[in-house]
Design a binder for this molecule. Structure first.
Ligand SMILES: [Zn+2]
Length: 188
């Protein structure tokens, strides 16, 4: 973007920016950094996440960027992930969800479990075909990263529905599978 962009145009651009864009944008020049650090959104996000509103806008921005990078930030409810994203985070983290209309959103577990738009999540084909009647419950548990102690579901079709609810969509099942594969590799 040009350095001579007028202020009012820049405000319009900032309004349209998603958090990721805003952070990237702030690092493109000193002027944009100053501009972006003054937008009110940083303190709003901290307050929304239960932090006090007493921070200066610049330090609120620094905190948001830090937590955004460590834990992820849900694009729907503007909550940070509950803990830093590591290979162990599984379906509890902020995950990228792809929709049938081609759009994508980074969403927390709560939004993935409760947001109606999740009905339009793009179907991801899991490592083995599901639902399929010939798969045993034991196999289905493994394919779906179904947690121990979860109420028993007696057929693979119902298990897929339950796993989608529990992990928050296909994105959640895939993340849970990645975590269990990582655990098997590193902890036998
Ligand atoms: Zn959320």
């Amino acid at each position: 973007m040009s350095e001579i962009l007028p202020e009012n145009i820049m405000d319009m651009v900032l309004d349209l920016c998603k958090m990721n864009d805003l952070i990237t944008f702030s690092f493109t020049s000193r002027r944009y950094f100053d501009k972006v650090s003054r937008v009110g959104v940083w303190n709003d996000i901290m307050v929304n996440n239960g932090f006090p509103a007493s921070l200066s806008s610049a330090s609120a921005m620094a905190q948001v960027i830090h937590l955004h990078n460590e834990n992820g930030l849900c694009e729907r409810c503007q909550h940070f992930g509950s803990k830093p994203i590591t290979p162990y985070t599984g379906s509890k983290g902020i995950l990228q969800v792809k929709f049938f209309d081609g759009s994508e959103k980074r969403l927390c577990l709560d939004c993935r479990q409760t947001w109606k738009q999740m009905e339009n999540e793009k179907t991801i084909y899991l490592p083995k075909p599901l639902p399929a009647k010939e798969i045993s419950v034991k196999q289905a548990r493994k394919i779906l990263a179904f947690p121990h102690g979860h109420p028993y579901v007696n057929n693979p079709v119902a298990m897929l529905a339950a796993a989608l609810r529990y992990h928050g969509g296909y994105a959640g099942i895939v993340a849970a599978l990645q975590t269990s594969a990582y655990m098997r590799l590193h902890h036998g």
